[in-house]
Design a protein around this ligand. Structure first.
Ligand SMILES: Nc1nc2c(c(=O)[nH]1)N[C@H]1C(S)=C(S)[C@@H](COP(=O)(O)O)O[C@H]1N2
Ligand SMILES: [Mo]
Length: 198
């Protein structure tokens, strides 16, 4: 349920209920924008319920298969941005060789400053889920998550952690930053899973 606006019919089937398309790219986050003048200080940790934990540098990441996808993003505050071009590494490619254990059912994404978001392992490994370094042909700007962000377009955009630093595989569903503050554990925009009471 969403109290902000009257219900509208889906527009052309691409805009989830009670969302409005914008051509702008709003910037939304809690906390500060990190800056990396030197990418050698950045790394990405894959850990938790995996047989082979990994610590990847940005250069390692560029040696994985690179994918480009176009998709629509839907922010829980009501804006949707259509036709975003993203490039990076698909989540299903980044997990190759880490040996995810069968008990791993959830993923907690860790960003700078301790910010987190939680998703099911199916949502994390969805065909459309990407770890992106590029948006519409340009490297991410600091505000939009440089050097690496998650993009899971089938969920509200708050799940898509900017400034990603860790991917933790867990047996239980740990609420992330917004989820602890009343946002939905799943966050499917087509079902309007905005708040935990929806
Ligand atoms: N690390 C981090 N990632 C985050 C957030 C945040 O506060 N911190 N906010 C989320 C929210 S609520 C949204 S809508 C999108 C916004 O991404 P954008 O600023 O690139 O549009 O980032 C998501 N990722
Ligand atoms: Mo958001």
């Amino acid at each position: 349920m969403y109290f902000g606006k009257a219900k509208e019919p889906h527009k052309g089937g691409r805009i989830p209920p009670n969302q409005n398309a914008t051509t702008k790219f709003p910037v939304l986050h809690a906390g500060n924008v990190p800056h990396y003048p030197d990418l050698s200080k950045w790394n990405l940790q894959l850990y938790g319920l995996v047989k082979n934990p990994k610590l990847l540098t940005f250069d390692d990441l560029l040696h994985y298969p690179q994918s480009s996808v176009t998709n629509d993003i839907h922010c829980v505050t009501g804006w949707s941005r259509l036709d975003n071009g993203w490039s990076g590494v698909k989540t299903k490619d980044i997990v190759k060789g880490i040996g995810i254990m069968p008990e791993a059912k959830y993923v907690l994404l860790h960003a700078e400053e301790g910010w987190t978001s939680n998703v099911s392992i199916e949502d994390f490994l969805a065909e459309t889920s990407l770890l992106a370094h590029t948006h519409d042909g340009e490297r991410l700007t600091p505000e939009h998550g440089y050097p690496l962000r998650a993009v899971m377009p089938h969920l509200y955009f708050w799940k898509s952690a900017k400034w990603l630093r860790g991917i933790q595989f867990l047996s239980n569903n740990h609420p992330g930053f917004w989820e602890k503050n009343g946002y939905h554990m799943n966050g499917d925009p087509w079902k309007e899973e905005r708040f935990s009471f929806d």
